[in-house]
Ligand binder design. Structure first.
Ligand code: TNX
Length: 547
């Protein structure tokens, strides 16, 4: 290795040696936690009380979770008004004007020998307080079956906490490989465990369309599947499927179920319908929305393909129908329209596009892309949603009200904020989890380089020049990405996201001056113990010997 490579190798493979576990081990680390003497012991007489009926479902969700491993059947009860009821967990919804923080996701968690109290001005805050309480319990609380050998105790502590950013997201590509409802819920559980609040669901791409649209049934009938036998070298070459038709899709009922499941866990689901590129699956079903005559297959390979939607009126009517049905399924404020990696070749071959450019005064194909996205933006606005797109939608002029997801570095996010638009930071070299996690030869197949845990942890979503300025409010937060070209199984998906997702959770929640790689490393063993209990296949790459 050259000197420069060696430096890279050591700086990106921070080796960890065993260290004494900290007294409490919460990820993401709270704003402040004052450890006291004593402990709270859960038992059969422990009560879970709510001071407002609005908290009953949040409380019940936690009781259902707690009961599984502990076997203690916590009953949710209305508070009697006597707040020092012995051996009780009290959830208290407080009027915003009387609460210590104006952050809607803030909470306070106090544990004494006699009582646990969670206070917040919102249900989300209470949920996060309970999530911290979950992480104060022994790791075995995560077990899916009853454990008799553990005392369910929590150390006395006073925690005051709130997130740094309002957008703490994780993405999943279900087009390159399809993941079933059970796994999507498991994925949402992982986010919830980390107090993440946005799930970006990449539902369409060249390799498969996963959401039914009643007005255009062929999208799923034909394009939810790819034929393994069409092309020799496919993503699926290493997977022993017992079928040559690979793929699948979610029913509308399943989608509603997932959206509700996420909402109970304070997570907004953001659907992505990727246009005008990444359109091979669309054009397989409906070739008439392309610019040239072609037979488009649902792709089985990695790459950027030429298939692109043509900016004709029938195409926009199609997209209006699609986004209308999508908007009905997803109550969240955003619709993600993709916009990434658009090849312009088929536009260049189209007399229609030449004529459109003359008519609309579009100087080049970047402006055609901008025209396309602006038209989609009008559809999205008419549905009372905000448009979210990858940073390429800045090309040729950004559409009004668009929020940018900055993946090719941070420049797109910075440019958007400079223009007064919101941005979510998702730069490939820090938060793309299809990358390798270490230089070990044992790492499974990955793409696009190496992004070790320490590298993800080192990322600060706030561009330096914005810190403390008016522009800072446009940086909504950050998001980890899992693209699944080379992620055919759920075990591998878990391996790729864990524990790098945990690092994203911490850099978006914990104040920058409280973030510490040393402290995070000390909390890792407890995190791994919890993942093990959950049966999650987390990567231990951070301990890999790679010299
Ligand atoms: C680029 S990131 C893509 C995806 C690929 C990914 C692989 C983005 C907006 N587009 O289509 O899956 O690279 O890392």
């Amino acid at each position: 290795l050259s000197a420069c490579q060696q430096e890279h190798a050591t700086s990106t493979n921070a080796q960890l040696s065993p260290i004494a576990p900290p007294a409490i081990s919460i990820v993401p680390a709270p704003v402040s936690a004052e450890i006291k003497t004593g402990q709270f012991v859960f038992g059969n007489s422990t009560q879970l009380t709510v001071n407002s009926e609005k908290l009953r479902d949040v409380a019940q969700l936690w009781a259902d979770f707690f009961n599984v491993a502990s076997g203690i059947n916590l009953q949710v009860q209305s508070a009697t008004g006597n707040s020092d009821e012995a051996n009780s967990v009290s959830l208290e919804l407080v009027p915003a004007s009387e609460f210590s923080s104006s952050n809607a996701e803030a909470y306070e968690l106090t544990v004494t020998d006699n009582a646990i109290t969670v206070r917040a001005s919102t249900r989300a805050g209470i949920f996060y307080g309970l999530t911290s309480l979950r992480q104060l319990l022994p790791p075995q609380i995560e077990s899916p079956s009853p454990i008799n050998s553990v005392n369910w105790v929590v150390p006395a502590v006073a925690i005051v906490d709130e997130p740094l950013y309002p957008y703490r997201g994780m993405h999943l590509d279900v087009s390159r490989h399809f993941f079933d409802v059970n796994f999507i819920k498991r994925y949402i559980d992982i986010l919830a465990f980390h107090k993440m609040n946005r799930f970006h669901w990449h539902l369409t791409d060249d390799q498969g369309w996963r959401i039914p649209i009643d007005a255009y049934p062929l999208l799923t009938e034909k394009s939810a599947w790819r034929d393994k036998t069409v092309i020799g070298h496919t993503y699926d070459r290493d997977v022993a499927y017992n079928t040559n038709r690979i793929g699948g899709f979610y029913s509308k009922e399943q989608i509603r179920d997932i959206v509700a499941y996420a909402a109970e866990r304070q997570i907004m689901v953001i659907p992505e319908i990727d246009v005008p590129g990444h359109a091979a699956a669309i054009l397989h079903a409906y070739p008439e929305f392309g610019c040239i005559e072609q037979v488009s297959q649902v792709q089985s390979n990695f790459g950027i393909f030429e298939q692109v939607l043509c900016p004709t009126e029938p195409t926009f009517e199609f997209l209006r129908a699609v986004f209308t049905e999508v908007a009905e399924l997803f109550p969240g404020e955003y619709l993600h329209v993709g916009g990434d990696e658009v090849k312009k070749v088929q536009w260049q071959q189209s007399p229609f596009v030449t004529e459109l450019m003359q008519r609309e005064g579009l100087k080049d194909y970047h402006e055609v892309q901008s025209y396309f996205i602006c038209r989609v933006g009008e559809i999205v606005s008419s549905l009372d949603k905000k448009m979210l797109g990858w940073n390429e939608i800045l090309d040729g002029g950004i559409a009004p009200n668009a929020t940018i997801m900055s993946w090719q570095g941070v420049e797109g996010g910075i440019a958007a904020a400079e223009l007064g638009h919101d941005a979510i930071m998702s730069p490939g070299n820090y938060v793309y989890f299809d990358h390798f996690q270490s230089r070990s030869v044992d790492e499974p197949l990955a793409i696009h380089g190496i992004t070790p845990l320490s590298e993800t942890y080192s990322y600060n979503p706030m561009p330096e020049q914005f810190a403390g300025t008016e522009k800072a409010k446009h940086i909504l937060g950050a998001q980890g990405q899992l693209w699944t070209e080379y992620v055919p199984t759920t075990a591998k998906a878990e391996y790729m996201i864990l524990p790098r997702l945990s690092a994203v959770a911490e850099i978006t929640w914990t104040p920058v001056n409280k973030q510490s790689w040393q402290s995070f490393s000390e909390r890792l063993p407890s995190l791994f113990a919890r993942f093990d209990e959950m049966g999650l296949n987390a990567a231990r790459s951070v301990y890999a010997i790679t010299a």
